[in-house]
Design a protein around this ligand. Sequence first.
Ligand SMILES: [Zn+2]
Length: 59
Amino acid sequence: MPGERKKFLGILFDCCNVYRRIYINKEGNAYEGRCPYCQREVTVKIGPEGGSKRFFTAR
Ligand SMILES: [Zn+2]
């Protein structure tokens, strides 16, 4: 579905080996979230061709 942006992104928090969804920020240019265990923040910027890659690992 070209042009469609997902509201969330599946991400593996490598710090605690836990999988969570993080959500798009209000500017719509990145996904932002926090590890539920250690509270580490992660930001995944949305690139020009954004959204083809759906799963990320936070390191
Ligand atoms: Zn963590």
